[in-house]
Design a binder for this molecule. Sequence first.
Ligand SMILES: [Zn+2]
Length: 252
Amino acid sequence: MQDPDKLPSREIFDSRLSKILKAKKAKNLAYMTKIEYSKFIEEVKEAKALRAAKDKPCTVAQRSLAQRRLARFGVVEVNGEEKLIAAMKPGQNQMLFFAPVEELHQVLEEAHIAVGHGGKNRMLPHLKQQYKNVTEEAVLLYLSLCGICLNKKTAKKRGLTVKPMVFREMNDRWQVDLVDWQTSPDGEFKHLLSIMLCFGAPCILQSDNGKEFCNEIITSLKKTWPELKIVHGKLIFLVLNTKFIKLKKLKE
Ligand SMILES: [Zn+2]
């Protein structure tokens, strides 16, 4: 399972990607292993040498392979390391690198962070400025494993106004929550009782504060209104016709 609140781990990403690649019938040149990547670099270098030494004897197959490699690839040195790039077209000044599958996780992670956890439509254009072979499929796989993005989506879906509670009668149910006002106390707690004396008591008093409501004040309310039921459960906010009462934190 992908860890929530975290970027996709390399282990999980690589194992999912390898499953996808195994299921492919035809060899897809967008995905090359590090070994294939190094082989292409050697072939490009040989092809360049062959092109430079025109008189050097070679077979038709060798020349044809050399042409194919040069039409597709180039090799550049970056910080002392040879990198495979896409053959440059006339007038093109931006080099596009190939990333071997073993480096895809890192490439995608850097891009995903660079675009601030952006989705496919932000990641792909960003990646295409630098890489030739990063596919939409790899981007979508990466995104499907980002715990931070997935968490954001569920938070958005949950919203604030799902499942509104609707009741036929006034005072069917009240929802209450505690606010800690200990820093600005104003004497004894009387508010819930005063509100009830004014509006009448609800049939059900709902709170998600559990034990905080199991105290003598509530017990005394129960004495005044024996029918009052207290239930504990998550509060639902922004509900019409339901009183939402903020109680002052009780002072012992
Ligand atoms: Zn993300």
